[in-house]
Design a binder for this molecule. Structure first.
Ligand SMILES: Cc1cc2nc3c(=O)[nH]c(=O)nc-3n(C[C@H](O)[C@H](O)[C@H](O)COP(=O)(O)OP(=O)(O)OC[C@H]3O[C@@H](n4cnc5c(N)ncnc54)[C@H](O)[C@@H]3O)c2cc1C
Length: 492
């Protein structure tokens, strides 16, 4: 039972973090209204159907489902009555140019056992690496994931202090690639673990080895598939929010966060102005300042931090089934270092890109016609600084087709019976993400975690921020933690 407090809160953006924040604020007793520019919820976590093929448009790897469950429990409901998921095992299938293939299994033990059978590294070496990633995860989660980095009280708890006292052990001084090259002899394993840098749009040749904790999250804590696909996360949480009386205003972009005397006053749209006690912006932080608060002093250094990579995605309806592929498939580039250098230094696309193919019809057969598959085909590309994206799309499509044909020994082009394409311009337009960067700031330096914008405004009372472009960062679980950290900062 929610105890009303007669206060009101606006959430700008129905991204996963905005929805999470709305549910949490409602549970604190606020009357909550969510403004969403699109006609649909979810932002990056949305869904489209094209010629009988359904696609999750953005995220496809689901980890830490407990943060979705937590929102149902907080609202007095049993999550299993509303949202379900299955554990994946194996999680990934990796393909290499030499014709070899590796399957990544769940749990340190099974992963190490099976991978050691096909590589030159021993089970013991792999286990040692994974166990270390687990230790670093536990040392860092309180400091970097679960609390505001910008409030003194966050530093006065034992788990946080322990993390800080062990700073030397968390791998902040090596890059991911340096740590992975020290750990493994087999270059394929180095590549497998380097890939986790792309989970927040960064380069393993620049990001701190601390990010190797992502391997622990995916391999040991586990990866899951939501029943009905990724979009069921958005759908079930929006339904939960509606059930507890959160109001949604779709197709209603906020045009201004109105501020007077350093106090938030409310939200202006093209139609009206409404007063609120609290405003939480889930819009990308760069555009929150630029577009919604042009008159407010900007934290320029924070906003100018280098942004993450973006993606070109082909959503292909494939009129054939490929038993050699699983839900998550990676076709690795033969020169990873050059690929990242091309993306981050040259701001161009690489001619032999690493390709990610996600096929949800493997688990949700209704996502494609019988005997067919829905291919979400993704390559990492730079964010938008005015490149010729139409030319890049043609170049990317040709490179992907060639590589798929080579590695899967097929002729894929005649099998593509439907196509939608996203590039950084589309991502920018659809979600207001600055420069179409998928993950906010990149993590391409060891201080990146400290350079994200805090979850509150230091200048304006009543103004807060949540989502992938602010602390603690991108991905579904971190965005849900961002909603929690943000709403915990709002006084009852
Ligand atoms: C291709 C791709 C693959 C990804 N893969 C994964 C993955 O496998 N696993 C994973 O965990 N994460 C993944 N991510 C990252 C993850 O999707 C994001 O970190 C997360 O969804 C971001 O959520 P958010 O709440 O920050 O907001 P967003 O999803 O960015 O949504 C922001 C919302 O705010 C709305 N909005 C913006 N401005 C206004 C305004 N002025 N008024 C009203 N509404 C406004 C937008 O329309 C949008 O709906 C992926 C992302 C993409 C794009």
């Amino acid at each position: 039972m929610i105890k009303e407090n007669n206060k009101s809160c606006a959430v700008i953006g129905a991204g996963i973090s905005g929805i999470g924040a709305a549910i949490r604020m409602r549970n604190k007793g606020y009357k909550v209204t969510v403004y969403e520019a699109n006609a649909f919820p979810g932002g990056k976590l949305s869904s489209e159907t094209n010629k009988g093929y359904r696609f999750d448009m953005g995220p496809s790897v689901f980890t830490m489902p407990e943060y979705v469950d937590e929102l149902f429990i907080l609202s007095g409901k049993n999550p299993r009555d509303h949202f379900n998921y299955e554990q994946l095992n194996p999680v990934y299938r990796y393909f290499f140019e030499d014709g070899s293939m590796l399957d990544a299994y769940h749990s340190n033990e099974e992963f190490a056992e099976k991978i050691a059978q096909h590589t030159t590294d021993s089970k013991e070496a792999i286990l040692k690496y994974l166990e270390k990633a687990g230790v670093v995860y536990h040392l860092t989660e309180e400091v970097f994931l679960k609390n505001s980095l910008h409030k003194l009280k966050s530093y006065l708890t034992w788990p946080t202090l322990r993390g800080i006292l062990n700073f030397g052990k968390i791998g902040a001084f090596d890059t991911m690639n340096q740590a992975n090259e020290k750990a493994f002899k087999d270059p394929r394993l180095v590549q497998v673990f380097n890939r986790y840098a792309t989970y927040n749009g960064s380069s393993p040749y620049l990001s701190p080895a601390t990010l190797n904790v992502i391997a622990h999250v995916e391999i040991q804590k586990g990866a899951y598939y939501p029943v009905g696909g990724m979009y069921s996360i958005t759908k079930s949480l929006v339904q939960l929010a509606k059930d507890i009386d959160v109001a949604f205003r779709f197709s209603t972009p906020a045009e201004e966060i109105v501020v007077e005397n350093k106090q938030v006053k409310g939200v202006r749209t093209a139609q009206d102005f409404t007063q609120y006690d609290v405003v939480i912006s889930n819009m990308d932080i760069y555009n929150s300042y630029k577009k919604l608060m042009p008159g407010v002093k900007k934290p320029q250094k924070t906003l100018d931090q280098p942004k993450s990579s973006s993606g070109i995605i082909f959503y292909w309806g494939i009129k054939k089934s490929f038993p050699e592929l699983g839900l998550h498939n990676i076709l690795f580039s033969s020169n990873y270092e050059q690929e990242f250098d091309t993306i981050f230094s040259k701001k161009a696309i690489y001619n032999d890109p690493t390709i990610y193919i996600n096929i949800t019809s493997k688990h949700s057969p209704d996502d494609a016609p019988e005997g067919c598959e829905n291919w979400f085909t993704f390559i990492n590309v730079p964010n938008n600084s005015g490149q010729d994206w139409d030319a890049y799309i043609q170049q990317a499509k040709a490179a992907i087709i060639q590589k798929v044909n080579r590695l899967l020994k097929t002729d894929i082009e005649p099998l593509i019976e439907s196509e939608m394409v996203f590039d950084p311009r589309v991502i920018e337009k659809r979600t207001s993400s600055a420069f179409g960067a998928i993950y906010g700031n990149s993590s391409n330096n060891k201080y990146a975690a400290f350079q994200r914008h805090p979850n509150f405004s230091k200048e304006i009372k009543g103004l807060y921020f949540c989502g992938g472009s602010v602390h603690p960062g991108p991905s579904i679980p971190l965005c849900l933690l961002s909603a929690k950290i943000t709403t915990d900062l709002v006084k009852e």
